[in-house]
Structure formats: C-alpha cells, structure tokens
Design a protein around this ligand. Sequence first.
Ligand SMILES: [Cu+2]
Length: 449
Amino acid sequence: MKTNRRNLLLGSAAAAMLPAIVRADDASGRTPPRSGAGYTPVRTLNGWTLPPRLRDGVKEFHLVAEEIEHEFAPGSRAICWGYNGTTPGPTLEAVEGDRVRIFVTNRLPEHTTIHWHGLLLPSGMDGVGGLTQPHIQPGETYVYEFTLRQHGTHMYHPHADEMVQMAMGMMGLFIIHPKDGEAERIDRDYALLLHNWALHPGTYRPDPSVMQDFDLWTFNSKVFPAIEHLVARSGERVRIRIGNLSMWNHPIHLHGVQFQVTGGDGGRWPRPLWRPEVTEIVGVGQMRDIEFVAVPGDWAFHCHMAHHVMGPMGHEIPNTLGVDQRGLAQRIQRLLPGYMPMGEAGMAEHQDHVDAGHMPGPENTVAMMAGRGPFGNLEMGGMFTVVKVRDDLAPGDYRDPGWYRHPEGTVARRVSSDPAFGAPERRGKAPGPDAATLPRSTREGGHAH
Ligand SMILES: [Cu+2]
C-alpha cells in the first residue's frame, strides 16, 4: 500500500470504527490490556502488559523486582528473579510524547537498578548503578521520571550485578507507539524477548556462571511447546517485535512469507530502509521488528540455531552417529539399568522413547524434543512456535484455531516405499556395507587405511 495522507486518514477512520481490540482469551487469566488511542495494543507472548495509573497527566508504573517461581513448560519449574511476579516482567506500553513515572521497589536479597535499554533520557535516569545513581538497596523504592521522545521496541533490565540478575530472568519489554499513528495499520502486534538459561537437568535454580552451555532457549521465558502460537487472519498485517537479552545471537526464521524488517534499536525505520528477509539475526542486546501480510497455513517460527530449538541435553555426549550398537545395550544395561542406546541413525527416535516412558529423564527437566503436530512428532524444543493464519478469524481473536486444514492436493505425500524408486542423478561414492564398523577418525585411536 502506498502511503499518502489519504490512506493515513482512511486508516485512522477505519480504526475508529472497529471495536476496541482486546484479547479474546488470556490463558494466564490476567487483565487484558486496554486498547490505546490509535494503536493496536501489543500482545506479549505468554506475558502481560502493566496497566498504568494516570496522575496529573503522567503515566505511572510500579515495578517490583522480586524472586518468583516460574514454569518454563510443564515439567520444568525454577526459582527465578523477575518483576511483579513474572519473567519477563510485565510489558510497559506508552505513546511517544508521554511523560512516564516509574517506581521500582527492590524485594531481592541484593541491590539492583533498572536500565531503560534504548531510551533517550536524562543521564541520571539511565539506571546504571554506581554511574548514574546509587544502587537500590533491598527494601528501597526509587522513582524514574522522563518524557518519551521516540517510538519503537525497547527493553528494560538491571544494570547492577547484571550477569546474575539477567541470568535469573530480570528483563522486560518497553513498547512506545508513534504519536502520529502507524503509516500502515498494524492488525496484530506481537512482542517477545529471547533469553537463555543454565537450568541444569534436575536442578531448580538457574546457574548464573555459565557463559555458553545453556540448557533452555526461550521466547518470553518459555520453551516449546509451552510458547503461545501467534494467530492472525489471512491478509492482516502482523508485526513481531523481538528483543534479545540472551548471551547468543539468534537468527530468527519465519516460514511462508518474506517479511520486511521494519525497525530496530532506533525505532521504526523509514520505508526505503526496509528489506525483505526470511531470517533476521537479532544480536545480543538488539531489537528488531518484522512485519508481513499473513497468508493462510501453519508456519514454523523459530531460531535457526539447531541447538536452540532443542530442550536440555548433556553437553558432552559422545557422537554415536553411525556406530553399530548391536549387543551393546544389553551389556551396558547390566551395569546401568534403563540404559538406552541412542543416536545410531540420528536422534529423531529420542522423542518416541521419551513419550513412551522409556527414558524417564532427570527430574524437573523437559525432554530434548517434544510436541506433536497433525502428522506426527515435531521433535522440537526451545525457541520454536507456530504462526497460525486462518481465513475466518475475527479481528482481535487470539484463540488457538487448531491445526490448519490444507486445501485438497496441497500436502506433500508418499509416492513410494522403495529406496530404489526412480532414476535420480547421484554423484560421489556411497560408503560400502562395512562403513558402520570403520574407525570414525584417527583421533579416536583408529587408523584410516
Ligand atoms: Cu538461537
């Protein structure tokens, strides 16, 4: 759509005629965010928006930093730190030009601050403990107050003992809508934060000292299959706002459309800077907005780091791919009851073993792979969910519409069960029948002949 003044006017007239867009359902049972003037309220996946109090023309928010009990997915709980009872903390949502006053009460066992990541504000409101303010001691409440001079996707997090406090889950989204409205109306506005957690199998507290070998990869502190689906009606304009407060860069990939990257740390970009992509790297500490017009189907939406769409696994497991384990299992089972040989032909079998109860993993630990779709196991975990687009959804209806019903003749199908089917051109040399018993590398003591 070409943007001109007429479209802008039509857009706002249409917006005025639509009923207030509110969440039709809310699994958490929390109060739905109110529809703001001229914007579609953001929907924080699995999260919530903190309603402001209006006092003397100032929007007041009150954040409480505190220890919380959090569920990553059924079967995995932990003692974390967050704000107002959750990780991430509630989303703060306001409009460019608003004056905001934010109270921060510290109920943690150590001092903290809040840094307003990406916001343009007086230096003394920047929230860097020791540099721009004294630390907020346990039991104390500080107040921040400033005027919002920008719009876009922003974040908040502590700037005090950051390594520990962020590893424990302290973070939130700060969304600022443009004061003149959107040039192109956004029908669904989703927001999520990327994070990683060292919640080692069988434990109940994240380990803040881990730098690389994380166990859980989350959208808004949830792992698949506990991450909400993103729902839209065909033809609607969808924005997904993504912030990264994890310790890895994440190439976020969406199936089914070429989305436009429309904004970043500097707010919404001018149209000539938009670019079509199907994967966008969201670097550590960065924000990215993507937008697309929804097309019907069930579309995977996930990080493209293959290990970031997995649940927890041992970090030093031997590579058994191609190793003949016949006869081995029974011998090991005499020493280790319940031992299950794994990975000889790949690891897809893992989910079947777990689902059948053959592999009762450590307590309080989600399986490495989980989830069932209409055609079988999804073999996913971590940073994975589904964008569900349907023709017949009402505006603002976020309920799960179930699995997509594919039009006749549009699903990939089996045509043969014979490995020798057809006459495809093939190159290179297939390994011989003894390949499985060859030493895999000289590093393991074998000698290549
Ligand atoms: Cu990733």
